[in-house]
Design a protein around this ligand. Sequence first.
Ligand code: TMP
Length: 204
Amino acid sequence: MRGRFVTFEGIDGAGKSTHLAQSIEWLRARGHEVLATREPGGTELAEALRELLLHRPMSLETELMLVFAARRDHLEHRIVPALERGAWVVCDRFTDSTWAYQGAGRGAAGERIAWLESWVHGTLQPTRTYWFDVAPEVAAQRRARSRQADRFESEDLDFFRRVRDGYRRRTEADPERIVRIDGSGSVEQVRAILEEDLARLCSS
Ligand code: TMP
């Protein structure tokens, strides 16, 4: 596949949204076609699954399968076609979220996630992942200032500590792909780091 697949990750309230929007703008200003999308979501079916995932009570098993069902539809209809035609795909969350939230956060078995991952997306992985890392206490304060909490956002601090540890382990296991961004840095600092790295990806 000719395109580049970039994902943004982090606990809720880590501050990735502003940077995601700026990165998309930066790429488009340089003439790249960019599919800006998100998970769970990105297609009509996956957005419907997102509503259920965020607001309906369900078991961990159901949650895990719905996340991957949404992902499969998204991959088939939007992500893979975009990468095949050489576009950039910039996605707010992908399978690292599943490892962090359903795996580290909720305790889903790693073998189960790995099996679903290889079934749903084979060897396809993001080209680059930016992990926005902030202390769960800081993220909780930011969340309190924003909208009504969904099923994930209303989890307690311990849950987000485990999710953060999950991201840390993912990053240690794949440091070539996952870049840790200090989410407490200034908007300008983070923006400069991202633009430098995106420029590198453009020329690679
Ligand atoms: P968002 O609020 O950043 O759009 O993400 C929606 C929520 O979905 C967020 O709290 C994390 C959660 N999520 C999972 O639990 N597993 C996943 O695989 C994905 C993609 C998201």
